[in-house]
Design a protein around this ligand. Sequence first.
Ligand code: FMN
Length: 373
Amino acid sequence: MKTVTVNTASHQKHNILARKTRHLDVCLDPSNRVESSSSWFDQLTFVHNPLPETSLDRVTLSASFLDKPVQAPFFISSMTGGSQAGFRINHDLARAAQTLGIPLGLGSMRVLFHHPEAKPQFDLRAEAPDVPIFGNFSAVQLKEHAPEDVAALCAELGLDGIAVHLNPGQELCQDEGDRDFTGLMGPIESIAKRTAVIVKETGFGIPPWTARRLLNAGARYVDVAGAGGTNWSRVEILRGSRQKKSVDFSAFPFADWGIPTALNLAALGGRHFSGSILASGGLRTPLDFAKAIALGAVSAGTALPVIRQVVSGGADAVVQYWQDIFTDVKRIMLLTGSTTVRDLSAAPLILSETMISAVRQLKHAGDWRRETG
Ligand SMILES: Cc1cc2nc3c(=O)[nH]c(=O)nc-3n(C[C@H](O)[C@H](O)[C@H](O)COP(=O)(O)O)c2cc1C
């Protein structure tokens, strides 16, 4: 197996560990308003089935992810690469994922190219031998670090693939952030030839035409990671104003920026995207998770609630959090007449007029100009 040569020179100035730690602190403090206003899951509702023709003990959540069988169509979303608390957090998350039988997304592995001593944080196979684990890297950073080196790192850590994140909204709000987002498709295409790639946003969504380009470039899944949950521009503002008690977001243009997750999923519904969409961004209740699957997602994940659970109660708290969701989603499945996840993905939904109109516009952005002009 190829050993990756890590460039440790002169990168202390980025002080990645300190920045990640500060991000984590901001996210963990419940008095910080890090979430944007709505993921739009309240814009749709299931149709109750009074004659479900199934029984609760037959209802199964079993699914697959990156060609591996999993216990539920849910995943722990990418987090915490390289914060100072990362070792304990990642190892607890790995134990929880293994107990639950669900996939685990790791936080950005860029830190390993600057702080190779952080590698044990990402070395989780011993704790989670059976579940899919995927790494994480920023698309912009793939221009700096050769895709073959990043793919080799994934192989070394026994990962099933890598999530490549698109986060221009976050970077623009960071003083030290990237400003050049040109030329990202080439590196994405290149790494997709070497390992399974999930392309994700980090809370602002991915419109249909971009999802199509990414899948055509070889991405295995696109995770919309839409708006309505953790908003990284809010996190960046809060990170910068640590001395202030609260921040007034009312005049800040990006506090509610992005495509709400449920709207994004509905616009991606349909056979073109079948089997290739993941849902995340503001999924908070069992209904949100069930609706995400009914909107066509292969798997639905969350980040912020999980990080809060793992830091406060370790692996056990994470297991309990997800088991409660499993229980309620199974009940939702029964009441929609769904025995399997495939049944749930075809369960009837009622969409609000607002949602129907917005989906049409998102699928064919620009139509309103023709219609009204
Ligand atoms: C503490 C924390 C750290 C995160 N770190 C990363 C990361 O390293 N890479 C990434 O792609 N996304 C990262 N995310 C974004 C999540 O994967 C997810 O896309 C986003 O938080 C929206 O999901 P949520 O509303 O359930 O939190 C992070 C989120 C949190 C809360």
